[in-house]
Design a protein around this ligand. Structure first.
Ligand code: FBP
Length: 553
C-alpha cells in the first residue's frame, strides 16, 4: 500500500505564492538599505557585544540589479527547536532561490538541529529529496534539536565545520533563542574574519517571536487552526451531551497567543490568559475561584457543561507559582549532581521541598504529588522548565472540583461537575501547513536567499503585510540586534530577542475581553472545521484572527 495520502500527493503540486517583488528574476532583486538602526533598549551594552553587526540598517527588498547574485554558493540550513508547520517550505524557498541564482550552488542541511553544525553532520538537499517534503508538515527532512551554541568550543566547532565545508552562509530556522544565537554567530564570524553569513527565519507555533518588524512567526497559523478544529469539535460534543466540562490545555511555553487565537476562533466558555493572571497578580486559588464562578453560574441555568481553554504557560505566570519554579530552578542548578543521584520521586520531592524558602515551601506543599514531581523534571538546554509536561489542566480540574464540593456543603452550588482533560500541543506542530503557512514559509526561505545574495549577515528574514492577500506582501531583512535587549538569564545579563507576550491593551485581547462574559454563560461556540487547502478564499486563504485584529483588517 502507498505510504502517501491523497492529500500529500495533491499538496506536492501546490505552488506557493511569493510577494510580488520575489516573483521577479532573482538577480533583479536588491536590498535597499535604510538608516542605521538602534535596539529598543540596552543600546550601549548591545553595541559593545555586537561591535560588527550592531546598528545595521533595515534591508527592504526592491527591484534592481544584483551583480553578485549569480555567484556559486554553499549554504547550510538548520532547523532549531520545536517543530512548526512550514519548515519544509522554508527550505524549499531557500533551495529554489539558490538554484535560480546559480544551479551549481549547494544547499546543505545540518542534521538534528544546531548539534549538526558542531558535529559537522549534514546532507546535501537535492531536488529529488525535497520533492518528498514540499508543502508537508514536520521537520523530518533533516530533523531538529535544541542544542544551544554557547561555549568557546562550540563556536570553534562551528567555525571548523564552515571552513571544512566552505560554507558561505548559514540559515537558522528557529525561535527567539535560536535567532539570538544566529546574531551571536554572525558577530563571531565577522570578529574572526570569516566570510560565513548568518540569516535567521522566525519560527515557532507559540507566536511569541513578533514585534514591530516581524508580524508573526511561522507555524502559528496552522497550529492554531488545527487546535481550533479540535476545540470546535469538542464544543459541539459538549453542547450535544451536555454533561461534561472539558479542560483543554493548549501549547505555548510562555505567551498565551495560541490560547487567545483559539478562543477568538471558537468562542469557548472560559479562556485563561496568563498575561492577565500575572497582571492581576492572581493566586492559584483566585484562578480556581474564577473558573468555579462560571461553572456555578452555568449550572444555575441547567448547563452542567462547558469548555475551558488553559494556556500551557499559565503555571509560571501565577506569581506564587512563578516564584516557586524559579526557586526550584536555582536549587536544581546548584545541586545538579546531588539531585541527579536521587533515584525515586519521593526523595527528589523531599530534597527540593526542604531547600525552598518558606513561602515557596508552603505553595509546593499545597500541590498534588504528581504536579510536584512534574515541576522537578529536567530543564531544557535553555534552563526553562518544560511546561508541556506539567498537567495544569488536571491540577485546575482537581482544584475546581474540591472548591465546588465546599460550595455545595455551604449550599452555594447545586450543579453536577464532571470534567475531562485534554492537551493539544504536538497534534498541531506537524500538520500540513495551511495555504498561509505554505506561502509565508516559502517566501521566508526565498527572502533568506536574497538577503544572502545581497551579502547581508546578522539579519532575520521578514515578510510583511500578512493580513492582506499575498499579492500585497513585501519582503525585507531586519537586523537581529535591533530586536534585542539584555535580560537576566542563569544569573547574568545576556543579549536576547525580547519574547512577545499577549498585550492586554492590544486589539486581539480587547476583542476577546469584550465578548468573554457572553461566551461564559451562553453556547456561542464556533466550529471552524478542518483546515481547507482547496476552495474559496474565505475558507482556505484567511490569516489568523490575531493578524487581522492587529492589522485592522
Ligand atoms: P519552540 O519555541 O522551539 O518553537 O517550541 C515551542 C514548543 O512547541 C512549546 O509550545 C512547547 O512548550 C515546547 O515546544 C515543547 O518542547 P518539546 O518539543 O521539547 O517537548
Amino acid at each position: 500500500m502507498s505510504t502517501h495520502s491523497p492529500l500529500q500527493v495533491a499538496r506536492y503540486a501546490y505552488v506557493p505564492r511569493l510577494p510580488p517583488v520575489l516573483r521577479r528574476p532573482i538577480g533583479t532583486v536588491v536590498a535597499r538599505l535604510g538608516d542605521p538602526t538602534e535596539a529598543a533598549s540596552d543600546r550601549e551594552g548591545l553595541k559593545q557585544l555586537f561591535p560588527h553587526t550592531y546598528g545595521a540598517p533595515i534591508a527592504g527588498l526592491v527591484e534592481g540589479t544584483n551583480e553578485q547574485c549569480g555567484a556559486e554558493r554553499t549554504v547550510g540550513v538548520v532547523l532549531s527547536g520545536g517543530q512548526a508547520p512550514g519548515g519544509h517550505n522554508v527550505i524549499s524557498g531557500l533551495f529554489d532561490g539558490l538554484k535560480a541564482a546559480n544551479p551549481q550552488s549547494t544547499l546543505l542541511g545540518f542534521l538534528g538541529g544546531p548539534s549538526g553544525i558542531t558535529n559537522n553532520k549534514a546532507i546535501e538537499i537535492t531536488e529529488s529529496l525535497l520533492a518528498e517534503y514540499r508543502n508537508t508538515g514536520g521537520f523530518d527532512v533533516i530533523g531538529s534539536g535544541r542544542t544551544k551554541i554557547e561555549t568557546d568550543e562550540q563556536f570553534e566547532a562551528v567555525a571548523a565545520t564552515c571552513e571544512k565545508r566552505n560554507i558561505d552562509a548559514i540559515v537558522v530556522i528557529g525561535g527567539d533563542d535560536s535567532n539570538t544565537n544566529a546574531a551571536v554567530l554572525a558577530e563571531y564570524f565577522l570578529a574572526h574574519n570569516m566570510r560565513t553569513q548568518v540569516v535567521g527565519v522566525p519560527k515557532t507555533i507559540d507566536g511569541d517571536l513578533k514585534n514591530d518588524y516581524i508580524e508573526t512567526s511561522f507555524g502559528f497559523d496552522t497550529a492554531t487552526k488545527t487546535y481550533s478544529e479540535l476545540i470546535g469539535n469538542i464544543e459541539r460534543d459538549a453542547n450535544s451531551a451536555r454533561k461534561y466540562w472539558h479542560f483543554i490545555k493548549l501549547m505555548g511555553r510562555s505567551a498565551s497567543h495560541i490560547a487567545l487565537e483559539c478562543a477568538l476562533q471558537t468562542q469557548p466558555n472560559i479562556c485563561l490568559v496568563s498575561e492577565e493572571v500575572a497582571a492581576k497578580r492572581q493566586t492559584l486559588d483566585q484562578v480556581v475561584a474564577e473558573i468555579c464562578e462560571v461553572v456555578a453560574k452555568r449550572a444555575e441555568a441547567g448547563n452542567n457543561f462547558g469548555v475551558a481553554l488553559i494556556p500551557e504557560g499559565l503555571i509560571e505566570f501565577i506569581p506564587e507559582m512563578g516564584r516557586l519554579i524559579s526557586c526550584i530552578n536555582d536549587i536544581l542548578a546548584k545541586n545538579a549532581d546531588a539531585f541527579g543521584a536521587l533515584s525515586d520521586a519521593e526523595a527528589q520531592r523531599e530534597f527540593v521541598g526542604t531547600r525552598l524558602d518558606t513561602d515557596s515551601a508552603h505553595v509546593f506543599g499545597l500541590l498534588p504529588k504528581g504536579i510536584q514531581a512534574q515541576l522537578l523534571v529536567d530543564r531544557d538546554p535553555h534552563g526553562n522548565v518544560q511546561v508541556s509536561r506539567i498537567e495544569t489542566e488536571k491540577l485546575l480540574m482537581e482544584m475546581v472540583e474540591q472548591k465546588l464540593a465546599v460550595k455545595r456543603e455551604e449550599g452555594a452550588y447545586k450543579g453536577k461537575f464532571s470534567a475531562l482533560s485534554h492537551f493539544f500541543g504536538y497534534e498541531g506542530r506537524c500538520a500540513f501547513p495551511s495555504n498561509f503557512d505554505a506561502d509565508y514559509c516559502y517566501s521566508l526561505g526565498y527572502t533568506a536567499c536574497v538577503l544572502i545574495a545581497n551579502g547581508l549577515t546578522g539579519y532575520i528574514a521578514a515578510v510583511r503585510n500578512l493580513a492582506q492577500p499575498s499579492e500585497q506582501w513585501t519582503a525585507a531583512g531586519i537586523p537581529i540586534t535591533m530586536m534585542m535587549n539584555m535580560e537576566q538569564r542563569h544569573g547574568s545579563r545576556k543579549p536576547v530577542i525580547r519574547k512577545a507576550l499577549v498585550e492586554l491593551d492590544a486589539a486581539p485581547f480587547k476583542a476577546f475581553a469584550a465578548e468573554r462574559e457572553t461566551w461564559a454563560l451562553t453556547a456561542s461556540y464556533v466550529f471552524p472545521g478542518a483546515i481547507q487547502y482547496f476552495g474559496p478564499d474565505e475558507v482556505c486563504n484567511q490569516p489568523t484572527q490575531t493578524l487581522k485584529l492587529e492589522h485592522h483588517r
